[in-house]
Structures are given as structure tokens and as C-alpha cells.
Design a binder for this molecule. Structure first.
Ligand code: PLP
Length: 483
């Protein structure tokens, strides 16, 4: 296979700025410039150096997908929006949308044939692909679901039953990170607290500066829980937290749980597959869930739940009970009443799409990481702020401090500013409110979570940078935004 060289985002960004600056002089050298571009695209075929549609670019000789092809596979994205929030809803390329529609039509054409001859085999194929991708021991460990929220309900429902059936005692606890996902924390309230379980929260500061900070906070919370005489029945640990976003050292935390006698460990990897390495044997958790519709180019909604064979999975049930109740979670989940199962069936087409990129999903993850770090640094430098974590603690999303003069003073301000950026500037980005500590001078209270996925261009981040610069230049503060 031809080797493809890559140029760092930083070098491409510098080249971009240089060309922007030099435009009038460059026009004199247009033929030379075109030649250079053609050379550049031949040698860095997957990257958008200077995307200018009027310049003729020689077709690439590489067999890997080109920049312009990537753009055409995502041509359904609203061209007016700089989409730097892949973390919320993910993305799905054109060939996968076509496959989705073909599955929907198959069902509509002859539903009985689809149900009896296609659905189960299709889902088994998806489970087998996922088993290989995440290095599980056995395909029976993998169930395919609609989303992480359902996976959480499945695991916590089992915990609630253990309380109500007397396996666990009132006051036994589950441990969860302070920055756990809001909906997951609500599920914990609904299933665990209501059943009589206690919740231990692991607290640490944001911005976060090292894995050790998280590991020691986790150890401390576990120890305190245990000295209060609690049995810790379950740990719920994010792989990549949502807001604020950073990568959690899950392997180390799972190990700590084993050393400290926590009964079971559940990793919420909603942002896992396609964003970061997900290896069941390495992580060693009892349960792991990930969406495929966030970073694995799948349409909404498809996720998997892994349950380690050794971890007594027989008492896991889908919260929606249907005909296959009692036949094992994987089989139960393959039919939960009449609905559209197409997203669960397109995973082979997703793999095909991913295989067009150099080094497949690993190459995509590496390039996304490299790009998001460079763009994060560029924005922090432009605004005189800082990143929310060291680069090695992020995957394809990174937190970037916003200028304090924007006056972000509540979560509501973050929502309003996000809406303003969408509606007035065509920028889609998620914003986090950080409560300042006592005595902080000009604290950074707002952090933008930027993401990078294959469809992103440098222009997306420049648009965001310029929007914030314009707001700052105009003396804008969040108080001017109506509720
Ligand atoms: C950490 C985390 N857990 C769970 C979820 C829920 O995922 P879904 O809405 O696909 O069920 C999300 C969604 O963003 C998340 O970030």
C-alpha cells in the first residue's frame, strides 16, 4: 500500500496564514502556486492545506480517500455551520446513509422476510465486527443497543434488583465521578438511590493537570467510603467525560477497584469507539458501553454493551421486555418491539467507509487528536487563555478557555452564548461553565469544547476564533443576551 505522509496541522496552519497574508503577491505566481498545490495534494492527499475550489488540483495517485472526497461524503452538512461539536451528535457519511436507506427499504418492501431472514443474521454480523474491534473474548459478550443511555439502564436495573432482592444492603454504595454525564447521574438516582444505595462522588479540579490527580482522588473517595463501612458494589467510570471533556485513565481506575474490592466496574465509553483505543482485555472492566453514532460514523442510534463473560451477565436484561426475555441480553436486545433496526445493521458499511482512510480507525483517531490539540493551542494563544487539560489527556475533543471579559457567569450564560454563536456566527460549539474558586483574579469561567472529525477544516476553527475576537472587540458580555 502506498505510504501517505502527513503534515502537522501546525505547519499547514502556518502555510495557510502565510498564503492568506500574501494573497495579492501570490496572484502573480498563480501558475507556480497551482503547481505547488498539486505537488502538495499528491504528497498529503488526505489533508486540506488550502481549500480553494477555483484552483485546479491534480487527482491524487494515492488509494486513500482525498480531502475533496471526504467533503463530498459529508456534503449533506449545512455549509454555513462550522461544526466543531462532533461530541454531541456525531456524523454519518453519505455511503452509510445510503446503506441505512437500503435497509429501511428492505424492511418496508417485505417486512416478514426482513424479520425472519435478515435481522438476526445482520445483528450477529454487527456484534462480531464489534467483538473484533474492541478485542472482546467472545461475541456473546457483545449486545447491540440503540444508545448508551439504554446500556446504563440495563446495568443499573441489575443493581436496583440486587438491592430489592436483598443481595445488596441498604447503604451499600456505588462510586461515580463528579463529572459523570448528567443523564447517567439521573439514572443512578432513579435506579440506585431509590433502591436504598448510597452514591460516593469522586471530586477533582478542572482544569485537570494529570492522570495522577484523578487516580489519587478516586483512591481517596474509595478509602473514605470504605472507612465509613460501606460495601462498594459498583463503580461507574467515564472513559471520555462529556463536560468538561478529558480522557480518564480507566485502566488504572479499574485496577484500583479490583485492589480495593469494588464488586463490579462499568465504564461509560459513550465517546469511546472511534475516539480512543477501546480494548476490553486491556481495560478489564465488567461492563463497557460505547455509542457508534458519535465517533464511529454511524447513524443514530447504535451502541454496544460489553459484559465480560466472567462477570455473571445472566442477570442483565433489556429494560424493554419482549419475546426473547430470558434468552440472554444479546438476543433480547435484537428485538425490543417494532422499530427501525437499520442503524444496527449498517456497521459493515461503516467499516468499509473507514477502510478508505490510511491506517483505518487508528489513523483517523491519531489525526483527529493531533489536529484538535493544534487547533486548541491556536485558539488558547489567540485569546490569551489555556487548555482544560494537557494534550495527552484528550482524544478528539479538547477544552479551550474563553476570554474572561465575555462575562460568562452561569450555565445559562453558556447556553445563551452557544446559541448566539450558532445564530449570529454559524459556529456550533459546546460551552462549559466553570465555577471560579475564591480569590481567583480574572478567572476563566467559560471553556469551549472543540472537536475534530475527518470533515473539519482549519477554516472552522478560524471562524470560531474570529467570532470570539469580534465579540471581545465589541465589548460584548453575556449580560446582553436575553433569556
Ligand atoms: C459520557 C456520556 N455518557 C452517556 C451519554 C449518553 O449517550 P446517548 O445520548 O447516545 O445515549 C453521553 C452523550 O453525550 C455521554 O457523553
Amino acid at each position: 500500500m502506498p505510504r501517505q505522509r502527513t503534515m502537522s496541522y501546525h505547519r499547514r496552519f502556518s502555510l495557510f496564514l502565510l498564503l492568506q497574508h500574501q494573497k495579492p503577491q501570490f496572484l502573480k505566481f498563480k501558475p507556480l502556486f497551482q503547481l505547488l498545490l498539486a505537488y502538495y495534494h499528491d504528497h498529503y492527499p488526505n489533508h486540506n492545506a488550502v481549500p480553494k475550489s477555483h484552483i485546479h488540483i491534480k487527482p491524487s495517485l494515492s488509494s486513500f480517500i482525498t480531502d475533496s472526497k471526504i467533503q463530498s461524503e459529508f456534503a449533506h452538512h449545512d455549509p454555513g455551520v462550522a461544526r466543531i461539536n462532533n461530541g454531541s451528535f456525531g456524523c454519518c457519511p453519505a455511503p452509510v446513509i445510503t446503506a441505512l436507506q437500503q435497509w429501511q427499504l428492505k424492511y418496508l418492501r417485505q417486512p416478514d422476510h426482513f424479520y425472519y431472514n435478515e435481522l438476526r443474521q445482520g445483528i450477529l454480523k454487527t456484534r462480531t465486527i464489534i467483538k473484533d474491534l474492541v478485542n472482546a473474548y467472545d461475541v456473546d459478550e457483545i449486545s447491540v443497543l440503540d444508545n448508551t443511555t439504554t446500556a446504563v439502564a440495563i446495568v443499573l436495573q441489575k443493581t436496583a434488583w440486587a438491592f430489592s432482592e436483598g443481595t445488596y444492603n441498604k447503604g451499600d454504595a456505588i462510586i461515580v465521578l463528579q463529572y459523570g454525564y448528567g443523564a447517567v447521574r439521573n439514572s443512578i438516582k432513579a435506579y440506585v438511590s431509590r433502591a436504598g444505595g448510597d452514591v460516593i462522588e469522586v471530586h477533582f479540579k478542572f482544569p485537570v493537570s494529570s492522570n495522577n490527580e484523578i487516580i489519587s482522588a478516586f483512591r481517596k473517595a474509595l478509602k473514605e467510603g470504605k472507612t465509613n463501612g460501606k460495601n462498594i458494589r459498583l463503580a461507574v467510570i467515564d472513559h471520555v467525560t462529556s463536560m468538561p471533556s478529558f480522557v480518564i485513565p480507566v485502566k488504572e481506575l479499574v485496577k484500583t477497584c479490583r485492589e480495593e474490592g469494588v464488586d463490579q466496574v462499568f465504564v461509560d465509553g459513550a465517546h469511546g469507539i472511534g475516539c480512543i483505543d477501546v480494548d476490553m482485555k486491556e481495560i478489564g472492566a465488567d461492563f463497557y458501553t460505547s455509542n457508534l453514532h458519535k465517533w464511529f460514523f454511524s447513524p443514530p442510534a447504535v451502541a454496544f454493551l460489553y459484559c465480560r463473560k466472567l462477570s455473571k451477565c445472566s442477570d442483565l436484561h433489556h429494560p424493554i421486555v419482549s419475546h426473547d426475555y430470558g434468552n440472554g441480553l444479546a438476543i433480547e436486545s435484537a428485538w425490543v418491539g417494532t422499530r427501525d433496526y437499520s442503524p444496527l445493521l449498517v456497521v459493515p458499511s461503516v467499516l468499509e467507509f473507514i477502510s478508505r482512510f490510511e491506517k483505518g480507525i487508528h489513523g483517523i483517531m491519531e489525526r483527529n487528536h493531533e489536529a484538535v490539540v493544534e487547533m486548541g493551542k491556536m485558539l488558547a494563544k489567540a485569546w490569551g487563555t489555556n487548555l482544560g487539560s494537557p494534550p495527552e489527556m484528550c482524544a478528539a475533543m479538547i477544552m479551550v478557555g474563553l476570554p474572561s471579559c465575555l462575562g460568562i457567569s452561569s450555565e445559562n450564560d453558556c447556553v445563551k452564548l452557544r446559541t448566539h454563536l450558532r445564530e449570529s456566527f454559524g459556529v456550533e460549539v459546546h460551552i462549559y461553565y466553570r465555577t471560579p474558586e475564591d480569590g481567583e483574579v480574572e478567572p476563566i469561567t467559560g471553556y469551549a469544547r472543540i472537536s475534530h472529525q475527518v470533515y473539519n477544516k482549519i477554516d472552522d476553527y478560524l471562524k470560531f476564533r474570529n467570532a470570539i475576537n469580534q465579540l471581545v472587540g465589541n465589548g460584548f458580555t453575556c449580560t446582553s443576551l436575553l433569556d
